[in-house]
Design a protein around this ligand. Sequence first.
Ligand SMILES: Cc1ncc(COP(=O)(O)O)c(C=O)c1O
Length: 472
Amino acid sequence: MLRPWEVAEMSRAERSLKELYESYINPGVAKLYHLMGLGAGEVRGEGCMIYDEDGRAYIDCVSGYGSLPFGHRPRPVLNAVREQLERMALSSKVMPGRPAAELAEVLARVTPGDLQYSFFCNSGTEAVEGALKLARAATGRTGFVAAEGGFHGKTFGALSVSGRERYRAPFYPLLPGVTHVPYGDAGALRAAVSDQTAGVILEPIQGEGGVHPAPPGYLAAAREICDRTGALLILDEVQTGLGRTGVWFAAEREGVVPDILCLAKALGGGVMPIGCFIARPGAARAFWEDPLLHTSTFGGNPLAAAAGLAALRLLEEEGMVCRAAETGTWLKQELVQLALRYPAWIREVRGEGMLLGIEFVDEARGGLVMSGLVEKGVLTAFTLNAYRVVRVEPPLTADREVLGRVLDAWAEVLEHWNNVLGEDDVEEEREPRGPHVENTGSGTGTVGRPLTGGGKADADSPGEGSVRRVLA
Ligand SMILES: Cc1ncc(COP(=O)(O)O)c(C=O)c1O
């Protein structure tokens, strides 16, 4: 009889990745990849590029939802993790460790105001869970006020404060005492926060909500409301933090210091998973009396902490944050110019730095363009709480040359579909596309291949079948 790993090796040769996903992960996930024309597995990443098992190259404009600030396999972070790996990988958990302590110190120095005490975990949602617990422990209150459209993760607490019904409804009852208010409406926030409120949790820019920056004055108003009522202000910068929006922390634009700041994604430097919440002393002390009140086996492990230290150093020493601001401003201007040419397709381009969102007139048009971009070798993704919005979230290190190729691909795909569909209605529900057509290039091959030229597309062209079905 074959042993389990022998079966896995056999599968590699005989079964497609799609079949493996269908049989052993989730058929729905398999369908999603298939719909996007992403059948071949990713096997190698280098800077802004990803290569699949068929040797096709893609420009990564998703960056693991912001977790690859320096692209794939940045040498300084890799080296720091390798060096740490040679000494110690995971913590005994019974002895203190220098990497986590040093990372906490650097974080206290780079974060705004008197944010000082860090707790390390492994993901963004865990950072939010911890922040919610700390707010309850510090205030002795139970309620939370959060924003409609907000995204904070999918564990129970984080889901409870997230603002999309589609992801929440199947899991009721969620955490009690959570009120959602329209994002950006300071009056609604003021009305919802009371002396029962433990915390107000907000993103300075709603990322998964469709890339919506807070209106001017909103975060400052939130700070004032919290100060007046004694609620803690929790800012979730899991996606916006650490340079993504062209400043170290998006809330810095308004000079607002939260009581608790949540970080993750970029903190791992694109090499290790890590999450963290950092609190001001007044809030943090609630976890001091019983230091085992909130713990994590893998949180603060030496490898992740080494990656975090290297990531912060790289951000600082290489001037990455300024670079993201400059490149992002240019990229946004270019995308706005593009959007103006296709008003039947694109409603708005929003965002700051390298966190940009392109709002389509509907989900179906966004989906068509995204799969067209895949054919061109450009990876994008819609935002989780607003499928109409396609994110452009490249590594902070992406330069104008690589982004120029991304813009060319966007222009070609929009021109193509605009010629095919013009202002016709596109049904929301799309059918799977035709078979994925491989690039004939080598492993480091050129990006993508041309779609059918302008004018009405060739009936046999890949993707065309789906369009007719869409129009049917
Ligand atoms: C603002 C924000 N908070 C929390 C999370 C959850 O992070 P994770 O997926 O690492 O749990 C995300 C993920 O996209 C996020 O954007």
